[in-house]
Design a binder for this molecule. Structure first.
Ligand SMILES: O=P(O)(O)OC[C@H]1O[C@H](O[C@H]2O[C@H](CO)[C@@H](O)[C@H](O)[C@H]2O)[C@H](O)[C@@H](O)[C@@H]1O
Length: 351
């Protein structure tokens, strides 16, 4: 279980769309003053220095690779500029390995934002039929510890679902595509009212004309699933577009994996990542986002703009050649391995 967090500003009341921004030091300054002692010590303990093996402190990928080629045993990356992971999102399974390697070098320089369905959980026939792999929650917890808390779940699911799947652990989370933000130690904020009952009725009536189509109700959003009735896709899409048009500017339609989702127009996973990034311990770190679906695209673009990296998971949305992971099983392995390696390298001092 997590050790108590270091102190920091974590008041969600200020979290809304215009929450506090991290202080405007240059990121380089932040990195230099923030982690040299801990990380250098951590790397040094793993790779005792040899006469020809220097510590390479670099701020560019070229320098980083050069350091590696010269057998520098300790590589510290300064958090300025972009990560320039070779694949960014355009595949390469190597991208996932490279991100892991960089996190190993400087765990306190990164923040991890993880989608749930199709990323951590295998896709199932129905939303209530998903299986949570034993060990997933504790692997996430171990990784969160090594990142000093900077790991959040960013999902279309409700908060109750997220907490239920990862029970008994609680994580910082953005639920319902960013309509609700919650910090694991208590504070939460909702960006939108509960969904209009007239909209729910209109959607249920449209969905009810097809056997096998189901409606998943949430607090501020809802999802219409047609995995069991693929022939319904087009007609449903037209009906949902019509409902959105009648809602004025309040709702938006997301076409996900065999699902149409209505979410508050204001909310998005990108905004959620942005808001969470204004809180300790996420502030000032490079964001890494892992996701598999249409609603993850904006968050992927955001983290890349912020100098982080987005890793896609293959499925109905991202083709394998555009993806860093072949599926959720690979993501889970990546998490378990990274958590174990960080713990072995840094032990309790990783926090
Ligand atoms: O943001 P996510 O965590 O990826 O959640 C997106 C939606 O995922 C769920 O639906 C998807 O997964 C189901 C279970 O595997 C599957 O049956 C369905 O076809 C998928 O679309 C969930 O039910 C939604 O509420 C989430 O918004």
């Amino acid at each position: 279980m997590s050790a108590p967090r270091a102190q920091g500003k974590r008041h969600m009341a200020a979290a809304g769309a215009g929450g506090p921004r991290p202080r405007a030091h240059s990121r380089r300054f932040f990195a230099l003053c923030r982690y040299p002692m801990l990380e250098i010590d951590c790397v040094a303990r793993t790779h005792p220095f040899e006469p020809k093996a220097h510590l390479n402190v670099e701020d560019s990928r070229r320098g980083w690779s050069a350091g590696r080629a010269l057998s520098c045993r300790g590589l510290i990356e300064i958090t300025g500029g972009k990560m320039n992971i070779p694949a960014q999102r355009a595949n390469l399974q190597a991208a996932a390995a490279e991100v892991a390697e960089r996190i190993m070098c400087a765990p306190h320089a990164y923040a991890l934002f993880l989608d749930l369905d199709g990323t951590l959980l295998d896709i199932a026939e129905r939303p209530d039929a998903v299986r949570v792999e034993p060990g997933l929650a504790s692997d996430l917890d171990r990784l969160r510890d090594s990142l000093a808390g900077a790991l959040a779940i960013v999902s279309g699911r409700t908060l109750d679902d997220i907490d239920g799947f990862l029970h008994p652990l609680r994580f910082d989370a953005a639920a319902e595509h960013g309509s609700t933000l919650r910090l694991a130690d208590g504070d939460s904020a909702t960006l939108a009212a509960t969904i209009d009952p007239d909209v729910v009725a209109a959607v249920e009536s449209a969905a009810g004309t097809f056997a096998g189509v189901t409606v998943e109700r949430k607090r501020s959003a809802l999802a219409v699933h047609y995995r069991a009735a693929p022939h319904a896709a087009e007609t449903l899409a037209a009906a949902m577009r019509d409902i959105v048009a009648r809602s004025g500017a309040e709702l938006r339609l997301i076409a996900g994996r065999c699902v149409y989702e209505l979410t508050p127009a204001l909310a998005s996973k990108a905004r959620a990542v942005e808001s969470l990034s204004s809180f300790f311990p996420f502030a000032g770190r490079r964001p890494i986002f892992i996701g598999d679906d249409a609603s993850d695209e904006e968050a992927c673009a955001l983290v890349e703009r912020c100098g982080g990296a987005a890793l896609a998971v293959a499925g109905e949305y991202f083709a394998p050649e555009r993806s860093a992971f072949a599926g959720p099983a690979q993501v889970r392995r990546w998490i378990a391995t990274l958590a174990a390696d960080l713990r072995a390298a840094c032990g309790d001092r990783g926090r």
